[in-house]
Write a protein that binds this ligand. Structure first.
Ligand SMILES: *Cc1c(COP(=O)(O)O)cnc(C)c1O
Length: 424
């Protein structure tokens, strides 16, 4: 599908008068339309709930926006819990799906009344020394083997560090029941960034079947099935986006085939989507500041991998639009780079684009999830601002850009260098 930025050159020229590049920009309208489609897709399920995976876009203003649509949070660390609490998302509006969890994090999750999702059976005894067992708890399943859809291998759960084996699940439910837990959830995350309408329905079948078995074996009440994240987005223009309505329908069919006949027609469906919720509705806006002609043609930008790491670490494709040149022929081949002293700091390699001139603004698409979030400070690069393009066309700064003062904030220079103002 053709990739069209949600922002125009004229809008960016206006925005940079206040907020210089680079910056991450989010599209309120796109986010809201998407979340409403998601809710519609699962409206057949009375208890349906989305818990936004905070790690994808950890910004309180984004959480607040989603909260107004009835979306909770999926947290996996202490600070994610704090952020959730700060915007008033607490109790069963939080799913705590962590792994290798420190005691402090479990304690905070329990204190907030979050639904705690155990990644491992040993966490039961670990947790016993931390807080009383809540009445509702969840366990994460890892079925092992390879996970395939239509004979195509999507991922290798056997190599993933997450979740419990099938035997451990039964034991965990029994143990938790003995500790007074009354309502149970079952969770699994078996493939990431799936661009197929079959992933959730296939996963749902596995989890529904397992839930029926567990219920028979242990007699516990299964209150919800958590399909977690993994519904992906088409980063490349040759792919078609997932149809969330079809996905919801596929899950409903599995539900009516497996859960309803087993007398489990009251089970709620939960999701913990991150990428699907925000990915396409955020972009990184950067300006071309250098061009270089050696053995290849390079365009150097004012953003770098510290602002968007996915191309550098996964070789991930992110589509690029040169603003104002949307209709010009892509007859130039470039490596589009940042300024890190790392040769993998390239947003694109051998990419056909229109002729780029210094000063052009580039939109790097699909950076709304796992974009800013994975940012870092290598080479002393500072994190950019995050801006929200409101439905009415106005722009709200939802996180300011870092300054050198932020970068130096964790040092105590007492006695070494006393001129704090130096960084300002
Ligand atoms: C990362 C993660 C998600 C979100 O994954 P997406 O691919 O962004 O949808 C959900 N749940 C858990 C436990 C995760 O680790």
């Amino acid at each position: 599908m053709e990739k069209i930025p949600f922002v125009t050159k004229e809008q960016v020229e206006e925005i940079v008068k206040t907020y210089p590049t680079p910056f991450h920009l989010y599209d309120e309208k796109g986010i809201l339309e998407n979340v409403r489609r998601l809710k519609q897709a699962f409206s057949w399920n009375k208890g349906y709930r989305e818990f936004f995976a905070v790690k994808a876009t950890p910004n309180p203003f984004i959480l607040e926006l989603l909260k107004k649509e009835g979306v909770g949070t999926d947290c996996s660390s202490y600070t994610e819990l704090l952020m959730s609490e700060a915007v008033g998302i607490t109790g069963h509006d939080i799913m705590f799906s962590s792994n290798v969890t420190p005691a402090k994090d479990f304690r905070k999750a329990a204190e907030l009344g979050a639904i705690i999702n155990f990644d491992d059976i040993t966490h039961i005894d670990y947790f016993a020394g931390i807080a009383p067992f809540p009445e509702t708890m969840c366990c994460r399943y890892n079925p092992g083997g390879k996970f395939a859809i239509h004979n195509q291998i999507m991922d290798s759960p056997q190599d993933a560090k997450y979740g419990m084996t099938r035997e451990q699940l039964t034991e965990a439910y029994r143990k938790l029941k003995a500790k007074g837990v009354k309502h149970f959830g079952l969770h699994a995350f078996l493939a990431s960034n799936t661009v197929t309408n079959s992933y959730y329905p296939k996963l749902a079948r596995i989890l529904f079947q397992t839930a029926v078995e567990l219920q028979r074996e242990t007699g516990v009440h299964i209150a919800f099935i958590n399909l977690s994240g993994g519904v992906g987005i088409p980063y490349t223009p040759d792919k078609e986006p997932n149809d969330i309505l079809k996905i919801g329908e596929g899950v409903r069919e599995a539900y009516e085939e497996i859960l309803t006949p087993a007398g489990m027609g009251d089970v709620a469906i939960y999701t913990e989507l991150g990428r699907f919720m925000l990915g396409p509705y955020g972009c990184l806006v950067t300006q071309a500041i250098h061009e270089k002609h050696i053995y290849k043609e390079y365009i150097g930008c004012d953003a770098c991998a510290a602002n968007l790491m996915r191309p550098a670490i996964y070789g991930a494709y992110h589509h690029i639009t040169v603003l104002g040149k949307e209709h010009e022929p892509c007859d130039h081949m470039y490596d589009v780079t940042g300024g890190l002293c790392e040769n993998n700091d390239k947003f694109a390699v051998d990419r056909m684009l229109p002729k780029i001139d210094i000063g052009d603004y580039l939109v790097i698409h699909d950076a709304g999830a796992h974009g800013f979030a994975m940012g870092y400070n290598y080479n002393g690069k500072l994190r950019s601002a995050e801006l929200l393009l409101r439905e009415d066309g106005s722009v709200q700064m939802i996180r300011r850009a870092e300054t050198p003062k932020d970068y130096f904030a964790t040092f105590d220079f007492t006695g070494l260098f006393d001129d704090e103002k130096y960084w300002e």
